[in-house]
Structure formats: structure tokens, C-alpha cells
Ligand binder design. Sequence first.
Ligand SMILES: Cc1ncc(COP(=O)(O)O)c(C=O)c1O
Length: 380
Amino acid sequence: MKNNLTIRLQKTLDQRKQNDLFRSINPSQGIRLNLSSNDYLNLRTHPEVIRASQIAAEIYGTGSGASPLLTGFGPLHQQLLKSLQRWIGKNSGLLFNSGFMANQALIHHLPGPKDLILTDRLIHHSLAQALGHKDRLFHRFQHNDLDHLESLLEKNKKDFDTVFVITESLYSMEGDSPDLVRLAELKKRYGFFWILDEAHALGVYGPNGEGLAKETGVLEHVDIFIGTLGKTLASMGAFIMTDSREVTDYLTNFAGELIYSTFIPPTVAGAALAALDQVQASRQSAEDLRLLSKNFRNQLSETGHKTIAGDSPIIPVILEEPDQVLKIQEQLLEVGIAVAAVRPPTVPQGASRLRLSLHTGVDATNLDEFLDVVNQCGVL
Ligand SMILES: Cc1ncc(COP(=O)(O)O)c(C=O)c1O
């Protein structure tokens, strides 16, 4: 039935359709080559990870049954939290139901009205959406432009109680990274509070898969480390790690995102624990993945495709117009290859792209096949 609300909603949706920006959720089936998953080490189907989830169900049941402050936080959750804490090497941590909820909780509850937030312009939506919260004062610096960040720090250094700087270590749509060593130096000079989202770097970088802060030697300077369980850790949920007990106690007392939501199922915690063991045992596979990515980026550039240099498993192939990426995505799907077609508003206007996520089950032949289909599309 049409009413004022549905008419207004439909009008906005029609505009999206006209601009090739309409989104819909479709079952992922008939895929033989998945280049659109964040399961970088291919652990979702690892027999030991599956078995750990089954054992957890047999012992603790399928769901957690309650929020963490009631009875939802069980022995497996505690074991997972302790293992993650040991892995990342911070004194205090919390589990959240998702990275989105963790990021919302941090931005909603930690900065106060006398604080300033400085974020990269391309920060993930789970962080960006919370910036609009009342009383939040924020500025964005140009993507990975630490000169710009420094000028904002210099300009604002005396006016605020706390300056928060929020970055990712590996940007989810660009597959690139800021200079973390320089960020740590800026922190030493300006004394800001650094929140680092390592969602996509976890498992791929670091001597034991702890991420890019560890790999670049700056982890001790990170005030809040965010990791997710739904990507390389093959399950679902997220964690934050910090050396400030005040932060975790405060969120436990005030963050509705944590307090008022049924907690991660024990089956999921069991899977994440088993995946954590596998991450540490898969360092050579992670190295190989980075080499594959680097080589394929070179191949893309040499064949005239626009991409961004680096060695992360996230590879953008930038095409500009949304209809181009949709057409290629469709053709790829016809031959069983899944690739994300990323369009505005997820990325800026004129920067629509295919976003490839490589994983350890992909090889150079698979990528040649992808490129053949792309080249045959006649869109470029
Ligand atoms: C950088 C970053 N942070 C946080 C999230 C949210 O994590 P989750 O999928 O666990 O909600 C994502 C999701 O893709 C992400 O890319």
C-alpha cells in the first residue's frame, strides 16, 4: 500500500536505479572462484575450524542465549579473549558482536564535547557513521596524507582535552596503508589518542599474523587496536585491545552496543579460537598471498588497468563509471567468478571499481582467467 513514507522511499530508490547505484542482496551460489570474500587464509572451511565449532555446539549449545553482562559471556568467550590478548599483547580487551558495533561503540562513547576527532577521509563506514553523533567535533584529512594530518594537529594542538586520530592499517576499498611509523612519530610529538582498525590486515601481516602495527614495530603506540573475527578469523564478531583498563571498564558500563545485545554464539567463539591457531601456523601461506597480490597488481598495470600499488589481498581495479563495473561483474558471474562491484557512495564519484579480495585458495591461473573475462567484456 502506498503512503507518504513509501512514496518518498521509492522516489529515492528510483534515483539510485537511474544512476546504476541500486543495491540488492542476492544469494551467493554457483560461484566457483570467490574473489569477493575477506576470508584471506581460507579458514572458513578448514576441518579443524569446523570441528571446533561443532564441539562448542555440543558442549555449550548453539547460541549464547543472553547479552555478555547476563550469562552470554561463557568459558569459550573468556578463552578467546585471553588468547587474543596474548596474541596482540595488550593488557585489556573486549569482544563485540561485530566490527561495526565495536566501532560505533568507540566513537559514540569515548570522545567527549571538549575533544576533537581527526580521521582519514576514507575511513570505514562503521567509524564514519558514528561521527555525525551529537557533540562530536571532527575533521577529515586527505587519504593517507599525513602532512595534512600534521597540519591539523599543529593547528588544533592547544584547543582540546583529547585529540583522537582514527585510521585503518589497511583500507578496505583501496587495499593501501598509511605510513604507520610516521603516525607513531606524530603521536609522540602531538600526544594524540590513536585508534587503529586492523580488520583487513589481521592474519595477513605481522610475524604471527597480528597485523601491520606489529609488523612495522608500532603496536605499543596504538591506544586502541580493533580487530574483527569475521574476516581472516573465519567466524563473526570483533575485539578491541588496549592497555587502558579504564577504556574497557567504561565501555562495559556505558556502551549499549555491548550491553544490550545477545552475545556472540559459543560456536562462533570456538571457530575463532581454532582459526587463531591456524593463522599462526599459516605464515608461509600469508607470504605467498602477498607475493601473488604484488605480482597481479604489476600484471594489471602492465596491461593498462588502473590499480593501486602494494601487496595486500585487496586489489581495486578502478574503472570510473558504475555501469562499467556492473556489466563486468555480471559477465564474471556468468562464468562462476564472484567479484565486488563497488560504486558510490561506498567510493567517491568517478572511482567505481571492481574490488578483488584474494585468498590462499587463489592462484595466478585463476587471476589470468579473471583478466581474460574482463578484457573480453569490451567495457574498457
Ligand atoms: C575496516 C573495517 N572495519 C570494520 C568493519 C566491520 O566489521 P564487521 O564486518 O565485523 O562488522 C569492516 C567490514 O568490512 C571493515 O572493513
